[in-house]
Design a protein around this ligand. Structure first.
Ligand code: PMP
Ligand code: GLN
Length: 378
């Protein structure tokens, strides 16, 4: 067999979910809700099937869904994406990311990724023959723009940004996006903007989409996913928004790797998106969970790091253990009964920190049980 990704093991999400299941641990590792989606949305899928929406939709996605996405991007971010030429429905954020990367980088190109970096970026870039260049965030998980500038070389072709940020829970500011725009323009870089947590931003802060910044939008692939927004991670439906030339390059690959995605789900999402209440209410819904989870964890020796967005809470466990992050996450799962994700897996180089990530997209009872078990750390 050809040695593709020779140094890449099994993704941490699969590893930790299997370990959690094996040991009966509360799974706060892999990011997914343990509660149901809106019954109205589920019914809409059944209705779409009954109505006969079961054959291939257009390669780029069901038109009504592309229109609903374009309308939402326009309302929220003031961006005029054209539903016909600029929006493509994808098999989740993961496919959006890899296809966007393959559309704009090739052999020998360098792609900047901000570390900790979501684990699919590195292999997606390598599979394109390009080189992922990790740029660590500052100690408190802000983007280190001086380090980004220093990492740019004549071979740098693109930069991947993620806000709200998995795993740190940080949210980029307007100033961050302005820095990004300056660097991207100065070095003529493509931007892959992973915004799958766009509707989970807390304490009244805005989501700083690339779509809000016209010059940036022109060189960006905006990637999002309905799985996060509507509590249906297993549906694997998302979208990529990009200007016509970028979308055309994206679709050239999309048509022969995926062609299109699940039809009835797209119809259901199209009608569901017409009501802004579910996505407008998401930040409030998760902020309440964040606050309750943080308040409960405050009684443990785990030190809470800021959580400004996403459904992830990162903690510093150095008061509890000297184990490295992977070993600690395993120990926490097998001995304490709570699964977490070690942040070390999101870096190219070994890290000296003692940080793990918990997912709080869980029922209150699940979080209460996890906290009860974590009380044993005191
Ligand atoms: N990007 C980030 C930052 C994510 O956390 C995830 C999934 N949790 C994805 C992309 C992939 O999204 P999807 O499940 O829709 O493929
Ligand atoms: N993105 C999710 C997380 O960060 C997991 C997705 C996956 O399992 N691939 O936990």
């Amino acid at each position: 067999l050809p040695q593709k990704l020779p140094n890449t093991g099994t993704t941490i999400f699969t590893v930790m979910s299997a370990l959690a299941a094996e040991h009966g641990a509360v799974n706060l590792g892999q990011g997914f809700p343990d509660f149901g989606a809106d019954p109205g949305l589920l019914q809409a899928v059944t209705d779409a099937m009954a109505a006969g929406h079961n054959q291939y939709p257009p390669m780029t996605g069901v038109p009504a869904l592309r229109e609903a996405v374009a309308a939402k991007l326009n309302t929220l971010y003031g961006a005029a994406y054209d539903a016909g030429s600029d929006i493509t429905i994808t098999a989740g954020g993961t496919q959006g990311l890899i296809t966007a990367l393959h559309a704009c980088v090739g052999a020998g190109d360098e792609v900047l990724i901000i570390e900790p970096a979501y684990d699919s970026y590195d292999p997606a870039i390598r599979l394109a023959g390009a080189v992922p260049v990790g740029v660590p965030m500052t100690a408190d998980y802000r983007i280190d723009w001086a380090a980004v500038r220093a990492a740019v070389t004549p071979r740098t072709r693109a930069l991947v940004i993620n806000t709200p940020h998995n795993p740190s829970g940080r949210v980029a500011t307007r100033a961050d996006l302005q820095e990004l725009e300056r660097i991207a323009e100065a070095h003529d870089l493509f931007v892959i903007s992973d915004e799958v947590y766009e509707h989970m931003v807390y304490d009244g802060a805005p989501h700083e989409s690339v779509a809000r910044h016209p010059a940036l939008r022109e060189r960006s692939f905006l990637v999002s996913s309905f799985g996060k927004t509507f509590h249906v991670t297993g549906w694997k439906v998302g979208f990529v928004a990009a200007p016509p030339a970028l979308s055309a390059a994206f679709r050239r690959l999309h048509q022969y790797t995926v062609f299109t995605v699940h039809t009835p789900t797209q119809h259901a999402l199209a009608s569901y998106l017409a009501d802004p209440a579910p996505w407008q209410g998401l930040s409030g819904f998760y902020q309440a969970k964040r606050d309750a989870f943080r308040a409960a964890l405050a009684a443990t020796p785990l030190k809470l790091l800021p959580c400004e967005g996403t459904y992830f809470q990162t903690v510093d466990y150095s008061a509890v253990s000297d184990l490295n992050e992977l070993d600690f996450a395993r120990w926490l799962t097998t001995e304490i009964g709570v699964a977490a994700i070690p942040l070390s897996v999101f870096y190219q180089q070994p890290q000296e920190r003692r940080h793990v990530r918990f997912c709080f997209a869980k029922r209150d009872e699940t979080l209460a049980e996890a906290v009860k078990r974590l009380a044993a750390l005191a």
